[in-house]
Design a binder for this molecule. Structure first.
Ligand SMILES: Nc1ncnc2c1ncn2[C@@H]1O[C@H](COP(=O)(O)OP(=O)(O)OP(=O)(O)O)[C@@H](O)[C@H]1O
Ligand SMILES: [Mg+2]
Length: 254
């Protein structure tokens, strides 16, 4: 096969991707001919009104759903027509997911939550623990490993979720409204972490409703009615750590 080595092809290529949800009662055209190319190392914020197709696009990029028409090429692999099993293999190798609601198991420690993706890959117990520990340390939670989610703040829970997404060392992180449940300060903390990961060459695609969060990305793709309305490079990029430092100090109630 005449395929270019994987570091020369874009990480993500959508060609004329459309998605229709059909039932007997309705047809919804959630995506209408989207062309999008994302290179390795990019940090893309996806914005747009409710219902504009952002989550639909993330589900397709994440190989959780398929386009109705068009092609999706991930890391040089045309995943459009692959079987569900083959797509699951590609997904597990390449993608970490972060969700708005954190999706952590309750009554389960941070360490165990982060180990979980490795359990599914049959990694030995010892290696699982080591890798989960390292991932938690990398998000600044080395001292919270044995806490359960209800013993952690919202920002800490989201950092556990990021550690869980990172523990398999995926080159691509997908985040659908990762700061949707967080206050401004905590949102900037999470974005600071994502910017650090991006500086280590992890590609990030993030959906957000908030302008200040989108401004932390390198590039902003705006969706409207299932199409890309605009696709711009952030000229006044916000550095989340600096924005955090500039916030007024927390009130001291002591
Ligand atoms: N499973 C489904 N069946 C039918 N229609 C769906 C389904 N999922 C999404 N839709 C429709 O597709 C369109 C796009 O939905 P999508 O979830 O991608 O929007 P979104 O941009 O993520 O919105 P939000 O900002 O509210 O999360 C909407 O009109 C929605 O009602
Ligand atoms: Mg959505």
């Amino acid at each position: 096969m005449n395929q270019a080595p994987s570091n020369e092809v874009p990480l993500i290529e959508l060609h004329e991707v459309s998605k229709e949800y059909r039932s007997e009662a309705f047809v919804v055209r959630a995506l209408r001919g989207v062309d999008l190319r994302i290179e390795r190392g990019d940090f893309v914020a996806m914005v747009g009104q409710s219902g504009s197709g952002k989550s639909t696009m993330m589900n397709i990029i994440g190989c959780l759903d398929r386009p109705t028409y068009g092609r999706y090429i991930l890391d040089g692999i045309d995943v459009t027509t692959r079987s569900n099993d083959a797509r699951a293999i590609v997904r597990n190798r390449l993608i970490g997911f972060i969700f708005q609601g954190f999706n952590l198991l309750p009554r389960t420690t941070a360490l165990e939550n982060v180990e979980l993706p490795l359990v599914y890959r049959s990694v030995s117990g010892k290696e699982r623990r080591e890798r989960a520990r390292a991932a938690l340390e990398s998000v600044g939670l080395g001292d919270r490993m044995h806490h359960t989610p209800n013993q952690l703040s919202g920002g800490q829970q989201q950092r556990v979720a990021i550690a869980r997404a990172l523990v398999t060392s995926p080159p691509l992180l997908l985040a659908d409204e990762p700061t949707g449940n967080l206050d401004t300060r905590t949102s900037y903390e999470v974005l600071g972490l994502l910017q650090e990961l991006n500086a280590q060459n992890i590609t990030i695609v993030l959906v957000t409703h908030e302008h200040d969060i989108a401004a932390c990305a390198k590039r902003v793709v705006s969706m409207r009615d299932g199409k890309v309305q605009s696709d711009t490079v952030s000229t006044e990029r916000i550095i989340a750590r600096e924005a955090l430092a500039a916030l007024p100090p927390l009130e001291d109630h002591a």
